[in-house]
Structure formats: structure tokens, C-alpha cells
Design a protein around this ligand. Structure first.
Ligand SMILES: [Ca+2]
Length: 358
């Protein structure tokens, strides 16, 4: 008689339970966000007086590099320099970096209306056939919406407490936003951080700073009424975090023409490093958790008698300011230069042309 082979189950009750628990755990893991997934890009609005210094243009190029790395989404650019070429210049930089549809808003009855070669020359630059070297849809700021209207529309469309604003010029637009109907509540609801290049915090010898003293009434309104956390990059920060001229010379071989390089050469006018105040505020806005800088204790900022910025420690205050770490200066300079000079994700809409000579 053939022997009867009884096949026993190869698992018992405890093993069944163990496997069920494993399956359940895997299912739960699929429902939650994996810890290794990328963070959401920072939703950023850039408010700039572009044209008064080249560091705004460097900061804008850096934003495009970080957007290519999915670290930031540039929602809009609003401008506080009341010059017709400021918006076309922003437009042509955005277009050069492959993002021609970023909304642009302009100030009306604003400060510093004077023309600036770093804006007008790239905006009008043509090749030997007469075509624009840097294409742009705006030929004048008059074709762009009002900055406060644009800020209101863009903020209204965003999730609550999701937007970071980098203000790297005067406070004209943001102060007007606060004073517009529903503006304060809109900011309180939608904005999570304001990172601004403004003031000077190096002690009693600190002098009035350009962004503050150009529109002190707006700065006073902003400092007293802005309802979210604010982080200040003071004058003393960008003074040390210069942009290296050797980067202008060596790091842009991937293109014959770059509007930011043109702007640098036109504005600086000689082969030297240049303070890069605005890029530090933008870097902190997009990468606030990297520890590039120390930050002060919380406090409040108010205007002194000569439009200096006076910081008073206060645990309930919404202001802090950046403090340089001496050992980090060279690293931050190199990082910013690498980002600013990074090629666009998509091919730039540029035709061959001569670089702007000194
Ligand atoms: Ca600026």
C-alpha cells in the first residue's frame, strides 16, 4: 500500500497573523507620505526694485535655478522701481530661463523712476538682423497690472499660510497691500514668511539703509503692521556675501548672451566683486532651514530718527535678523554663484550676439 502522504500546512496561526500584520503595515505606509519624498516647492512672490542695483537680477537668476530643482515656485514678481523698463527686464529674464508666463505687477506713483542701463540695454538689445536678443512680451511696464492688484489676486488663489514673500526693494507695494481693503487679513491668512533685504543691524554704528530710506513711510507701515514672521537680511550681510567677478568671467560659457551677465557688466562697470544683498534674503526665503546664517532672538524693528532700523528684543515680536557665520561666508558665496550661473532647464531663447563690453 502506498503510503499516505499528508501535506501539512507550512504555516500556523501565528504566522498567518504575522503576515496579515505585515500586509496591513505596508498598506498603511502607502497611505502616508514617505519620509524620503521631496518637499513641496516654496511658493514665492518676489517684490523687487530691479534696476537700482544688479543684485536683484542675480537673485532672480538664482530663483530660476532653484525652480529648476523644484525647490521653489515663483508665483509672481512685483516691482517697486517705477520705471517702464523694469517689467520688460524681469520679463526677458523669465523668458530667457524658460518661464515667460510668470505674472509681473508694477508700482504706480512709486520711487526711483530714473532709467538704468542695466534695464534698457538688455531690453533693447538686437542682433545684426534687428531681432531682439532677449525676447519679451512686455515692452513697457504700462502693459502690466498694478502690483497690489496682482498681489491680491495671487495670494487669494493660494492655500492658507503657504506663501513666502521675498522683498528685496522698498516696502511700497507691501505697505499698500496692507492698507488695501481686506489686505491685512489676506496677508495674515495666506503668507507664512516675509524675508526682506532691509535695514542694518550691526549695532549703534549702523547707517540708514537704501531700501528703508527710499520709502521710509512704507517701511514704517510694514514694520509696524505686517502680521507674519519677518526675517531681515541687513546691509552688513550682503556686504560680505559678494558676487565673485570670476564667476561672471568663467561660469557662463554655456551661452553667448545672458541678460544677467549683461546687467552685471553694465551696472558694476569694472571687473570686481560686488555686494550681493538681495540674494541672501532670497536664499533664506527658499532654504530657511539650512543654517547658512545664525538668526537673532525675536523682537521688533522700528525706524529710528534718521531712518535707521532699531531692533528691540521681545519674545512676542515677529522680527528676527540674520547674523553672519564667518566660517560660512565663502561657502555661501560659492553656492550663490553656482546657482546664479546655472544654465536654464530649457534652451534659452537667445540669439548669438556680442556681450556688452565695459
Ligand atoms: Ca534690490
Amino acid at each position: 500500500m502506498d503510503s499516505l502522504i499528508v501535506i501539512q500546512p507550512c504555516y500556523d496561526h501565528a504566522q498567518v497573523m504575522q503576515r496579515a500584520l505585515v500586509v496591513l503595515a505596508l498598506a498603511l505606509l502607502a497611505l502616508v507620505r514617505p519620509v524620503w519624498s521631496a518637499a513641496e516647492p516654496v511658493r514665492l512672490i518676489l517684490d523687487t526694485d530691479i534696476g537700482n542695483d544688479v543684485d536683484d537680477a542675480l537673485a532672480l537668476a538664482m530663483i530660476h535655478a532653484l525652480e529648476s530643482r523644484a525647490e521653489v515656485q515663483l508665483l509672481a514678481v512685483t516691482i517697486t522701481k517705477d520705471n517702464r523698463y523694469a517689467a520688460p527686464f524681469v520679463d526677458l529674464v523669465d523668458t530667457f530661463y524658460g518661464r515667460p508666463d510668470i505674472p509681473i505687477g508694477v508700482v504706480h506713483n512709486g520711487k526711483t523712476p530714473a532709467d538704468a542701463p542695466m534695464l534698457t540695454v538688455p531690453a533693447e538689445k538686437r542682433d545684426t538682423s534687428g531681432h531682439l536678443v532677449y525676447s519679451h512680451r512686455l515692452t513697457s511696464g504700462s502693459q502690466a497690472p498694478d502690483a497690489v492688484e496682482l498681489l491680491t489676486r495671487i495670494l487669494s488663489q493660494q492655500p492658507d499660510h503657504s506663501v513666502t514673500i521675498a522683498q528685496i526693494g522698498f516696502s511700497t507695494n507691501l505697505a499698500r497691500l496692507l492698507r488695501s481693503p481686506g489686505g491685512l487679513l489676506l496677508v495674515k491668512t495666506k503668507v507664512r514668511l516675509l524675508s526682506l533685504m532691509a535695514g542694518a543691524f550691526s549695532g549703534p554704528d549702523a547707517k540708514p539703509e537704501f531700501n528703508v530710506m527710499t520709502d521710509p513711510d512704507a517701511a514704517r507701515t510694514l514694520f509696524e503692521e505686517w502680521p507674519t514672521p519677518m526675517i531681515f537680511s541687513g546691509f552688513e550681510i550682503g556686504l560680505k556675501i559678494t558676487y565673485p567677478f570670476r564667476s561672471i568671467e568663467k561660469d557662463f560659457n554655456w551661452t553667448n548672451s545672458n541678460p544677467v551677465v549683461d546687467a552685471y557688466r553694465l551696472y558694476v562697470g569694472k571687473p570686481e566683486d560686488h555686494p550681493n544683498w538681495d540674494s541672501t534674503a532670497v536664499l533664506e526665503a527658499i532654504r530657511p532651514d539650512r543654517g547658512y546664517f545664525d538668526v537673532s532672538q525675536p523682537g521688533r524693528v522700528k525706524l529710528g530718527p534718521d531712518n535707521t532700523t532699531e531692533f528691540t528684543p521681545d519674545p512676542s515680536g515677529n522680527c528676527r535678523y540674520l547674523i553672519l557665520k564667518p566660517d560660512e561666508i565663502e561657502g555661501i558665496r560659492a553656492l550663490i554663484a553656482a546657482l546664479v550661473s546655472e544654465p536654464p532647464q530649457r534652451a534659452p531663447a537667445v540669439m548669438a550676439a556680442q556681450r556688452v563690453p565695459f
